[in-house]
Design a protein around this ligand. Structure first.
Ligand code: GLA
Length: 742
């Protein structure tokens, strides 16, 4: 891995074994983008990649050079209004009303490792030899605003982490009205755009489209990264599939309003950008003040989508997620939400917990409803004290009782919210985000607290920290169940109202940082009505997130499959829930619910006492299975094999790091009769290792399983012979393959 600057050609080359990234200082002092892709050999000069030509109807920078128009040059961090008519990466509103800027190259610096982004989540290094960081300083001579572009290249990944820091070195205030984290101009638009979109209970569905001239984008203006669009994008060549081909992944390490967009110009150049949503953002920079953008990570592969995802998984699991739980197998939990909703007493909770314990569960999680006057979702948020009618001895005593059962205890919070009917709101009605003289819209009968104010964050911290100090709490589910409306903070002046969405998220991050630092062994699970804020920003604080409120196994196939494009298996909260399922009222077999949930953190979202003896036995076996294989499942290498978006079957697998164990999950949505023979070509095995199929007892070499395939045909073909168990709808199997000495 190396970052070199070629003085004579003014070219920067960032490369490791996989990728090369080339840019140069152009004659107008701006940075031009030369190349991003598979590693190429370094040399002094690549300036010919900066193609220009004389085109009609073009505005040019120089009187005597009709070829030099920014409109037709691939750039690194394009500005607004100076011969480039495409979307800029930065816009600065100045006192005289101008929005023009002209960022000229000043200097560069190369550092070992990767500096922290203060107050923001970001990838990190543990040893400074893992990465190198290039900082390129640019300055606009009229405003004296500086932009420091930061690029970190990691030794082991085809990943580049980018961000920008602005500093007002002038004497007059300016307003940043657009400050993207990353801009990338690619020489052609021959990519398929792949996004993860959906809505509540249908998160992370994969959508593909080809790029057309004009602008296409995904984003959020809701205050949270959103169920609707994940801050992630893949650009893949049309021929790329899971096993081969070129792809670029873009991922924004941020949990608030964002935009990821691509613009195809008339000459087929592709400009991609990622950053804070410019529509809902403006930041005032007084003299001497600075602004740091969130980090964006771009990852290139020429080895197919599985490789792209595996690289993201590894980077995010080990160099974005942090703390005690990062590398630890996650406890198998039982959450009471779908078991009781708001209808519980301490006695009922203890019954559920002991039933769970008897099956092998390790952690009992008390969800919503334990605090204040919370008997429904209309009251109580903000009052983080136990409801004594339900929990006479409070949380401390309940936690002690749960621990006495031999379980760990976890608790639900929704720290950012308040109900109008709460003591917290009654004592601080002005602590919510609301615009003066305007209607205050509610969502789920709640308001959003003004986390742009330190005193608000402090007051929530005090309540949470008190409980964490007093009671034996091992896990926190941090929920967030509505998006922001009428965004305004009376604590800030009129000319800083454009900062509130971002300041809000900074407040959320600050609270997370403080709590995770003070209570390092507590396992945090992020949640926002399921996957409303399932993003890399959250992963920095909470190593796992409740991926979706939809716990139906068939729906989960799509959600988990989609999310796996970017997010590691260890980050996905996956639970077995009751049937008929509470979201889609579907009945799926218990084994299938387990077989889907194994590929995540695993837990139960029902009262296990309500199951039959036979089912409870099955649950015990599921838990024993998960305990046996969770290290492989959560920390092995994940491969997508068959997409639930494309047919009646889905499949995926995980291979252990030593390649001695593989677990294949195979799922069929609807049953068919007298169907075809089916095989699944596996991935990631050692060709010469012989694997024993634990299900059939047969042995197969890795090459056979990868190239000829694992036979998954249905033995019954619609007939049930004596003693055989019939297949039905929503069938699934887990194939365990254990490497044996040949
Ligand atoms: C959200 C979460 C659920 C549950 C409820 C409680 O919807 O996603 O898992 O915690 O809130 O109100």
């Amino acid at each position: 891995m190396s970052i070199v600057y070629h003085e004579s050609s003014k070219i920067f080359h960032l490369y490791n074994e996989t990728v090369s990234y080339l840019m140069m200082v152009m004659k107008n002092g701006h940075l031009g983008q030369l190349y991003y892709g598979k590693r190429i050999r370094d040399k002094e000069d690549f300036s010919y990649f900066l193609e220009t030509c004389e085109r009609p109807m073009t505005s040019c920078v120089y009187d005597d050079d009709r070829t030099f128009s920014l409109e037709h040059i691939r750039q690194e961090y394009p500005v607004f209004g100076t011969t480039d008519y495409r979307q800029p990466a930065v816009e600065i509103r100045q006192e005289n009303g101008s929005r023009i800027s002209d960022f000229q190259y000043c200097s560069y610096r190369i550092e070992k490792g990767k500096p922290k982004l203060s107050g923001l989540p970001a990838t990190y290094t543990e040893d400074e030899n893992e990465a190198e960081t290039l900082k390129v300083l640019l300055e606009d001579a009229v405003t004296n605003v500086q932009a420091e572009l930061s690029y970190t290249i990691f030794e082991k990944y085809g990943a580049l982490a980018r961000s920008v820091r602005f500093f007002n070195g002038g004497e007059r205030p300016v307003r940043l009205s657009r400050a993207m984290s990353l801009s990338l101009d690619l020489p052609d638009s021959g990519y398929v755009w792949q996004q993860l979109s959906g809505c509540w209970a249908r998160e992370c569905h994969i959508h593909n489209r080809s790029l057309e001239p004009g602008i296409q984008s995904v984003g959020s203006m809701r205050g949270n990264s959103s169920h609707e669009h994940n801050p992630f994008l893949v650009l893949k060549r049309p021929s790329t599939d899971e096993r081969q081909g070129e792809a670029i992944g873009l991922s924004l390490v941020y949990s608030g309003n964002f935009r990821i967009q691509a613009e195809v110009d008339a000459h087929d150049t592709l400009r991609v950008m990622a950053g804070i949503d410019p529509e809902t953002f403006e930041w005032k920079l007084e003299e001497g003040e600075s602004f740091q953008t969130p980090e964006a990570v771009m990852l290139y592969t020429d080895r197919g989508l599985n490789h792209l995802s595996q690289s993201f998984h590894k980077l995010y699991r080990t160099r974005l997620a942090r703390g005690y739980w990062r590398d630890r197998a996650r406890p198998i939990l039982n959450n009471n939400w779908e078991a009781t909703y708001f209808d519980f007493t301490e006695e009922r909770l203890l019954k559920i917990a002991s039933g769970a314990k008897a099956c092998g569960v390790e952690l009992f999680v008390l969800d919503d409803g334990w605090f204040g006057e919370r008997s429904s979702d209309r009251a109580g948020l903000g009052d983080w004290k136990a409801n004594k009618n339900r929990l006479p001895g409070g949380i401390t005593s309940l936690a002690d009782k749960i621990e006495a059962l031999g379980l760990k205890f976890g608790l639900w919070f929704e720290p950012e919210m308040v109900n109008r009917d709460s003591d917290f709101y009654r004592s601080h009605p002005d602590w919510i985000l609301a615009t003066p003289d305007r209607h205050k819209s509610q969502g789920r009968y709640q308001y959003v607290l003004d986390f742009s104010r330190k005193e608000v964050v402090e007051a929530v911290y005090e309540q949470m920290a008190k409980l964490l100090r007093e009671a034996k709490i091992s896990y926190i589910k941090w929920d967030m169940n509505r998006s922001i409306t009428e965004c305004y903070s009376p604590a800030w002046p009129a000319d800083r109202q454009g900062e509130i969405y971002h300041r809000y998220i900074l407040g959320v991050y600050a609270l997370y940082e403080r709590l995770t630092e003070e209570f390092p062994k507590v396992l945090f699970e992020s949640c926002a009505s399921g996957g409303g804020r399932f993003d890399p920003g959250m992963l920095f604080y909470a190593p796992q997130g409740w991926l979706s409120d939809n716990s139906d196994a068939m729906e989960r196939l799509k959600i988990q499959y989609g999310a796996s494009l970017c997010y590691p298996i260890s980050s996905m909260g996956t639970h077995v829930s009751a049937t008929p399922n509470h979201q889609v009222y579907r009945n799926t077999p218990l084994h299938t619910r387990g077989n889907v949930a194994y590929f995540g953190t695993f837990g139960y979202e029902l009262d296990l006492n309500g199951l039959s003896e036979e089912e409870r036995q099955e649950v015990k076996e599921q838990i024993a299975f998960m305990k046996n294989y969770r290290e492989v499942l959560q920390f092995g290498t994940f491969y997508r094999l068959k997409s639930p978006f494309e047919g009646n079957e889905a499949a995926w697998m995980v291979v252990s790091n030593d390649k001695k164990t593989a677990l294949v999950g195979w799922y069929r949505i609807l049953n068919d009769v007298n169907g075809r023979y089916t095989r699944l070509r596996l991935s990631g095995l050692e060709p010469e290792v012989c694997y024993r199929n634990v299900r059939t007892g047969t042995c197969h070499f890795g090459d056979e399983l990868m190239y000829a395939g694992l036979i998954t045909s249905d033995e019954t073909a619609g007939q049930v012979s004596a003693g055989a168990k019939p297949c039905a709808d929503f069938e699934s199997r887990i194939y365990v393959l254990e490497g044996i000495e040949p």
